[in-house]
Design a binder for this molecule. Structure first.
Ligand code: AMP
Ligand code: MG
Length: 414
């Protein structure tokens, strides 16, 4: 006899593997955002719209990596100290003090342009100065402490590729390359709804049976971090007609519509049916846990994403499906979060056929412990966890001591 859960599983075909769902959404949707120029100081978190090409070598000239003395390597004795007369002095920002003749050393400072001739710089800590001469220790290699022009970025090459979400180091690189303004994608407009007759919004007092809306503020925070412009669509009731109407209106004015809740197969779940009624459903179940019910549809080119209602499931499906979709629409290159192999501190069993994300905490030795409360509605299981342990589809048994891929929450949600 089939179990109830098996019946649910069978309804509408098998859930899509995560990669297949991601592949489908990338194929079905394209960039929606235009481009605008912003000042470099405003560009962090924005998405680079054109390749940033270096107009000159970085660094622009050969220069010294240390404070010391520029020398001709071939003037140095390989196994005994060498004494050379000091010829001139070049500081950072100054023109070099002229070419350096063979058999001499030039005083030089970090960042100063290498004079013509010498190929190596001795650190001042390895030198002794007496009268007008410097004595250098043997053992340095040719070219030491000399930074060649273009060693960071070569003129004419792509320093940062279009589609990159700009991080502080990217701002540093663009600044070093002389960018004052940067072409970035305009912000994606996202209309965000919660659903459910039990969902209340503070400061309204909680009535019996109600819970406060956790998902909309949490998802809005995720979206803000990703550079989107969020419009609060409010809370939709558990009734079909207003849900359909709200999706239609939102799709007409947004680049992306996101809902949470009401996407399962219960009688009170109307989001999937509403997506199907007003648009075209692209998929509605993905083989991940938590979060199997997650619906993606499209209405007149605007994607409608229905996330599950349990807050943990909403967050995990957002990172697995919402994030690649948002990046696609916003013109960002989706880069899956890095996984780190971590030793599990626990045994675990799971069903085959779906990927499972287990909330874990790291101990001082770096081993991963399962969060003691695992329900999909337990918000503290997220606030108190360090990472999601990712258990692949075919895995059924995990033993303490096994190395498993973990995604730190800080990287996943960044
Ligand atoms: P649903 O997917 O609508 O069946 O909701 C699953 C569970 O998540 C229920 O316990 C809901 O009360 C809860 N839930 C749904 N939406 C929210 C929300 N916006 N904030 C907090 N909990 C929610
Ligand atoms: Mg609901």
């Amino acid at each position: 006899m089939a179990q109830i859960s098996e019946d649910r599983f069978a309804f509408g075909g098998a859930p899509l593997p995560l990669e297949a769902a991601q592949g489908r959404l990338l194929a079905a949707h394209a960039v929606k955002c235009g481009t605008e120029a912003v000042a470099l100081g405003e560009a962090v978190g924005r998405i680079l719209a054109d390749d940033a090409v270096a107009a000159f070598d970085l660094p622009p000239t050969d220069n010294s990596a240390v404070d010391g003395f520029a020398v001709h390597f071939d003037d140095l004795s390989p196994d005994a100290p060498t004494t050379l007369p000091i010829h001139g002095r070049t500081a950072a920002g100054a023109a070099p003090a002229g070419p350096l003749p063979r058999g001499q050393a030039q005083r030089i400072f970090t960042g100063a342009v290498m004079p013509e001739g010498p190929d190596t710089v001795m650190m001042q800590e390895d030198c002794t100065v007496a009268a007008d001469c410097v004595t250098v220790r043997p053992g340095i290699r040719r070219g030491a402490n000399r930074r060649p022009a273009g060693e960071d970025v070569t003129r004419g090459t792509v320093a940062l590729a279009a589609g990159k979400r700009l991080m502080p180091p990217d701002i540093g690189l663009l600044a070093a390359l002389g960018f004052v303004q940067v072409p970035v994608r305009t912000r994606l407009r996202v209309v965000l709804f919660s659903t459910g007759d039990e969902i209340a919004t503070p400061p309204a007092p909680l009535r019996a049976g109600q819970v406060y809306d956790a998902n909309k503020p949490m998802l809005a925070a995720l979206l803000h971090r990703l550079g989107a412009m969020v419009v609060d669509g409010g809370v939709l009731p558990d009734t079909p007609a207003p849900t359909r109407e709200a999706l239609r209106t939102a799709a007409a004015r947004a680049d992306l519509v996101i809902t949470s809740g009401g996407v399962s197969t219960g009688e009170e779940d109307h989001v999937r049916a509403a997506i199907e009624a007003v648009g075209t459903l692209q998929f509605w179940r993905v083989a991940i846990k938590p979060g199997r019910p997650v619906a993606l549809g499209v209405l007149d080119g605007t994607p409608l994403l229905g996330l599950p209602g349990n807050p943990v499931a909403a967050l995990i499906t957002f990172t697995a499906i919402g994030r690649p979709l948002l990046d696609r629409l916003a013109g960002a290159t989706y880069v899956p979060p890095p996984r780190f192999l971590v030793r599990s501190a626990f045994d675990y069993r799971k069903k085959p056929g779906r990927r499972e994300y287990v909330r874990v905490q790291f101990d001082a030795a770096g081993a991963a412990h399962r969060h003691p409360r695992e329900g999909a509605g337990i918000l503290t299981s997220l606030t108190e966890s360090d990472a999601l342990m990712e258990l692949p589809e075919d895995l059924t048994e995990l033993a303490a001591g096994d190395l498993v891929a973990c995604i730190p929450l800080g990287l996943l949600l960044g």
